[in-house]
Structure formats: C-alpha cells, structure tokens
Design a protein around this ligand. Structure first.
Ligand SMILES: Nc1ncnc2c1ncn2[C@@H]1O[C@H](COP(=O)(O)OP(=O)(O)OP(=O)(O)O)[C@@H](O)[C@H]1O
Length: 232
C-alpha cells in the first residue's frame, strides 16, 4: 500500500528575530509515513514540538531542513518546494486540518463557515449548506446557533464548528490538533466515531490527542516527537 503522507529528515528550528536571532531547535531528522486507514498519534511532553510538527505537515511552518510529501492526484507533491497556489490546491482536495482554535470570519454564519470547504470544491450552495447542517446536527450544535457567526460561542461550540469545517470535505489526509480538547464526554464520543469513520473510509490521519482514552480509541500507532529533540 502506498503512504499518503511522508516526511524525510524533517527538522524545525525557530529563529527568534526579536532576540538577536536566537535559535530554538525543536525537532530534527523526522522520518514518518502514514498509510490509508492509519491514525498516527503524536506524543511527547508539552513543548516537545507536536503542534509545530503538525503545522509543518500542513505547510503553515516551513521546514528548516528535510521534506514533507503528500500524495495528491496519485503523485507526490513536496509541500516544502511547492508554489503557494499548489499548496492551496493540495489543501482543498487532499489535506484537511482541524486546528485547536476556530478562525472566525466576522458576520459569516456558522452554516456558511462549515459549508465553505464544499463550496470551494464546486458543490452548489444549497447542497453545501444541507451537508453543513447534517454535520452540525451530528455534532449536537444547537440549531438556534447555525445562523449566527461563531465569534461568541463557547469553546466547545467553536471546537465542534471547527471539526465540522475540517472534516466536511472528506480529504484523504487529515491533521487533527487536539480535536476533543474542550468537549464533554458525549461530544468526545461523537468525535471519536467521526475519526474512526474517516479511518474506515481510508483516510490517513495524524493527530495530537491529549486525552488517553481518545488516543487509545482512535490511534493505530504513536510517534514520539520527543525522541527527535536535536540534543538527543
Ligand atoms: N512560532 C513560534 N516561534 C517561536 N517558537 C515557537 C513557535 N511555535 C512554537 N514555538 C516553540 O517551539 C516549542 C514547541 O512548541 P509546540 O507548541 O510545537 O509544542 P507542543 O508539543 O505542541 O506543546 P503542547 O503539548 O503544550 O501544546 C516550544 O518551546 C515553543 O515555545
């Protein structure tokens, strides 16, 4: 089986320009690959670089060395070398991301925020909104909130909007940054089911799951980022 995402010798060092260019090495020499239907859980203490690694895999942070490659349209695309337009295309159809915090857009309703990834795939407005409504219902977001912008929602409500937005397009590679962090037990269970369903449809998933029970329920393997601290 062909992997859907892989890295070779991936390294990240932050350069703190406000501090005379002080260098902060976070990880180095990471080789990983994820197959369809796998869920790789990133582990390591707070500050070991899990979120930074996920951001490198999404192309939000540039790698200091090494490469991130994503299987897109049956060919490998190097996110480290791709043009910005190609990175956006890979994200639109292949690489989904559920970040920890929702990026709210003023005045845009929750329903339209969740529908937006489908609209970008060319799905008609009404159909995209219908599907968005189904995701929000599945995630138990009260219907009275659907037409409001989510800026004033609670942390758990915003997180569920974020999950619906991140999963609705059904990309084959998914990056999940603590998708259950602010959820109660019932909603955690719903999200666990959604992640398992994504695995069952053959998605390759890489995620950070601080909750041990959630990690055990969804992950097929763990990857300890801490082992790749440059001083090791
Ligand atoms: N944009 C940035 N600029 C400078 N340093 C950063 C930046 N982002 C992260 N860091 C530093 O990189 C290190 C790793 O941070 P990161 O958030 O990736 O860790 P983490 O393992 O996800 O932590 P946690 O489990 O607490 O969320 C930390 O020391 C952090 O201060």
């Amino acid at each position: 089986m062909t992997a859907l995402l892989e890295t070779t010798q991936l390294s990240k060092t932050f350069t703190l320009h406000g501090r005379s260019g002080l260098e902060l090495p976070v990880f180095s020499g990471i080789d990983l690959s994820v197959l369809p239907g796998e869920c790789l859980a990133l582990t390591g203490h707070s500050g070991s670089g899990k979120s930074s690694l996920l951001r490198c895999l999404y192309g939000n942070y540039s790698a200091s060395a090494g490469e991130v490659r994503v299987r897109h349209d049956e060919a490998w695309v190097s996110l480290s070398h791709a043009e910005p337009r190609e990175v956006l295309e890979v994200r639109r159809r292949t690489l989904g991301y559920v970040s920890q915090f929702l990026r709210v857009i003023p005045r845009v309703s929750t329903l339209d925020i969740v529908a937006e990834p489908l609209r970008r795939l060319g799905v008609a407005a009404e159909e995209a909104r219908d599907q968005a409504a189904q995701w929000l219902a599945r995630l138990n977001l009260q219907e009275r909130l659907w037409h409001l912008p989510p800026a004033t929602f609670s942390g758990g409500e915003q997180q569920r909007v974020n999950i619906a937005h991140g999963l609705i397009a059904g990309q084959p590679v998914l990056l999940l940054d603590e998708p259950t962090a602010s959820l109660d037990a019932d909603n955690r269970a719903v999200v666990v089911d959604l992640i398992r369903a994504a695995r069952d449809r053959g998605a390759a998933i890489i995620g950070i799951f601080h909750d041990d029970e959630v990690r055990e329920a969804v992950a097929s393997r763990c990857f300890d980022v801490e082992q790749h601290r440059p001083s090791h």
